[in-house]
Write a protein that binds this ligand. Structure first.
Ligand SMILES: C[S@@+](CC[C@H](N)C(=O)[O-])C[C@H]1O[C@@H](n2cnc3c(N)ncnc32)[C@H](O)[C@@H]1O
Length: 406
């Protein structure tokens, strides 16, 4: 089948229409004229891969990585960097319009990554012990693509990948490991599960320290942390800006990436995190920075909101929340969490999201519940992939007519 790519969709596919079908083409560029092979059909949507490029898009470049097309890690290497950024803005707008039903999306820009390559300071490598393969899953499969060199890793993690591969050759890694996680700190790398000291290396540590701007965080490879540390000061600024006040609530705080800067700007911060290890690192990171005005609540966010809203007013802490920051996992916030936020009625919300589709779903409910979308900042935390980090700022709208939330 021959198709012309109209634009890039959420999920990173190129959109085309042909023979009465909507065709989603992997690894395409807008304007490409392609001969494609249909891989599978779901209703009126056909998923296709490229057989031949008949006429190349002006945005198309030669992907430099030898694993591109097989490795499922990067799906944007065929686009020049400006086209990647433009596609991500379109992806966010598409979700906000189509899923969020937001008519007036404020104009916004995307902050480019300072490094288009070698930016990833945190990685998860899949391990196939039987075939001795280490790398990333192949696109749309659980087969491990054996990767010796990854173009988006920071040099410290590339060295760690090479060391791990050498350890696999001499049978020195745990046999039951299915994956390895690694995070590069300021001067060491944490790996989980841990392995013997890498051949010719300095040895790995369990905990690392990572400086971001003037803040310092201790964590391990098992904890969540943003992968593109070069861009983090811009993301933190985009999420918090010059917000200040009495009380800030932070939901899904991890090891405290936003908690420390919030504690410098607000008199009192309450941050919630379900993972026990992440919560204890958040507490330790605050203490190491001399910040005593923040509490870390080790709890599921929905349960914490429900329990605390029930007794709101008893000690007054949640009576007047100036600022609420949430940074949920890819699945977004549960309906119970949105209902809790609406009951809490903070003056301002900053929603940090790594998935524009779940962000749009949740914004729809927040807007229906009386908030208005004030501004958006996008950050290109993941160059060479369709993934993007978005921050949406909402303000409580006194004049908004309340509607039922579904
Ligand atoms: C996207 S990460 C954000 C972490 C932190 N804001 C950061 O940028 O480093 C989401 C965090 O939410 C936590 N989490 C996931 N589901 C949760 C839940 N239902 N309740 C509380 N925390 C949760 C995870 O353990 C993880 O630390």
């Amino acid at each position: 089948m021959e198709v012309t790519i109209e634009r890039i969709l959420p999920g990173g596919f190129g959109l085309a229409h042909a023979e009465g079908k909507t065709v989603m083409v992997a690894l395409a560029a807008p304007g490409d004229r392609l001969r494609v092979r249909i891989d599978r059909v779901k209703g009126s949507v056909a998923f296709a891969s490229i057989e031949e490029i008949i006429e190349s898009s002006r945005d198309r470049v030669e992907p430099p990585c030898p694993y591109f097309g097989r490795c499922g890690g990067c799906d944007f290497q065929q686009l020049n960097y400006q086209a990647q950024l433009a596609a991500k803005i379109e992806i966010i707008k598409d979700c906000l319009h189509r899923i969020g039903k937001i008519a007036n999306v404020p104009e916004f820009e995307i902050i480019p990554a300072p490094n288009e390559w070698h930016y990833r300071a945190r990685a998860q490598w899949q391990y196939d012990a039987e075939r001795k393969r280490l790398g990333y899953f192949e696109g749309g499969s659980r087969r491990v693509c054996d990767v010796a060199e990854c173009a988006v890793l920071v040099p410290e993690l590339q060295a760690t990948l090479e060391n791990l591969r050498a350890q696999i050759v001499v049978d020195a890694v745990p046999h039951d490991a299915r994956y390895f996680r690694a995070i590069a700190g300021d001067d060491s790398v944490s790996i989980a599960p841990s392995v013997r000291s890498p051949i010719g290396g300095e040895g790995n540590v369990r905990e690392v320290r990572r400086s971001i701007g003037s803040e310092s965080y201790t964590l391990t490879a098992d904890n969540f942390f943003q992968a593109n540390t070069d861009l983090l000061p811009r993301l933190i600024n985009g999420a918090i800006g010059d917000a200040r006040g009495e009380t800030a609530v932070e939901l899904y705080c991890g090891v405290g990436l936003f908690t420390l800067p919030l504690a410098r700007r607000f008199k009192h911060v309450i941050a919630v995190e379900d993972d026990a290890e992440a919560a204890s690192f958040a507490l330790m990171n605050l203490a190491n920075s001399g910040l005593m005005n923040a509490e870390i609540e080790k709890s599921n966010v929905a349960r914490w909101l429900e329990a605390n809203l029930e007794c709101a007013g008893d000690d007054g802490a949640l009576d007047r929340v100036d600022f609420l920051l949430l940074d949920p996992p890819r699945t977004g916030a549960e309906s119970r969490v949105i209902a809790g936020i609406l009951q809490l009625r903070p003056k301002q919300i900053s929603y940090v999201s790594c998935d524009p589709a779940t962000l749009a779903r949740d914004l729809k409910k927040l807007i229906a519940g009386g908030f208005s979308l004030d501004s958006i900042v996008a950050c290109d935390m993941f160059p060479q992939t369709h993934h993007v980090e978005t921050v949406a700022h909402l303000i409580a709208s006194k004049y908004h007519e309340r509607r039922d939330i579904n």
